[in-house]
Design a protein around this ligand. Structure first.
Ligand SMILES: C[S@@+](CC[C@H](N)C(=O)[O-])C[C@H]1O[C@@H](n2cnc3c(N)ncnc32)[C@H](O)[C@@H]1O
Length: 220
């Protein structure tokens, strides 16, 4: 499928899948969305502990990189797992402007290591932050009682409805520890009902700019 790099509303870039008219991040602002959905509504619930994070759709690595920028302020020790079936190409990564837009040029080596690190191995990116990228399909995740926080960042249900089902959320529920939570930019009623069906407690929260609501699901 044809892909293009586009600039979103806050100046940060993302990848657009032309055939689907779907982007890796919000057109209103990729960085803005990542901070709102995954950091403010997810990471900020935790402090001073080891935190196991699972990302559904590692993609450009933007959420992982922002987590790397933010985790020390919360005294966290992060073990980050990013699942991705179709890794982003190096030519595409080179066109993204996250280091500049996040004023993090000093972390260039960390960003590059995140992408060059081998799949299927836990690698220390920096002190207290390890990354384990796994190249596989979401439905192949078989972790049990492992993750404190899940960043659920699949393409929308409009284009990949099979990723927003009871079957997939059951896999997320099983993979999560009690007391953990999942955050996603999505707010559709069918998504919320699938989450409820597998046993999550689900909250609607204000969405990032351009979106009225988002969802946060907790496992008691
Ligand atoms: C919305 S994008 C993720 C954006 C990413 N979190 C980022 O910050 O760049 C969704 C990702 O899911 C991946 N993907 C799509 N279907 C998948 C599947 N069935 N299993 C695993 N990965 C999949 C895509 O390749 C894409 O990278």
């Amino acid at each position: 499928m044809k892909r293009e790099i586009i600039t979103t509303g806050d100046g940060s870039k993302t990848i657009q899948i032309m055939d689907w008219q779907e982007q890796y991040h919000s057109k209103h602002g990729a960085i803005q969305e990542a901070y709102h959905v995954f950091i403010k509504s997810g990471l900020d619930l935790f402090k001073d502990q080891e935190l196991q994070i699972l990302e559904i759709g590692f993609g450009t690595g933007l959420n992982a990189f922002i987590t790397l920028i933010e985790f020390e302020k919360r005294d966290l020790r992060i073990r980050y797992t990013g699942v991705e079936a179709y890794p982003v190409l190096n030519e595409e990564l080179e066109q993204l402007n996250y280091l500049e837009e996040l004023k993090s040029l000093s972390r260039k080596d960390d960003f590059h290591l995140m992408h060059s690190s081998p799949w299927g191995q836990e690698i220390e990116i920096t002190k207290n932050f390890s990354l384990n990228k796994q190249q596989k399909f979401f439905k192949e995740i078989d972790a049990f009682n492992t993750y404190d926080l899940i960043y659920f960042d699949a393409f929308g249900a409009r284009v990949q409805p099979e990723l927003w089902t009871v079957e997939i959320f059951q896999i997320m529920f099983n993979a999560m520890k009690s007391g953990g939570c999942l955050v996603t930019y999505a707010a559709k009623g069918s998504v919320r009902r699938a989450m409820l069906e597998v046993g999550f407690l689900v909250e609607r929260l204000p969405g990032p700019p351009g979106k009225r609501e988002m969802l946060r699901a907790k496992k008691q």
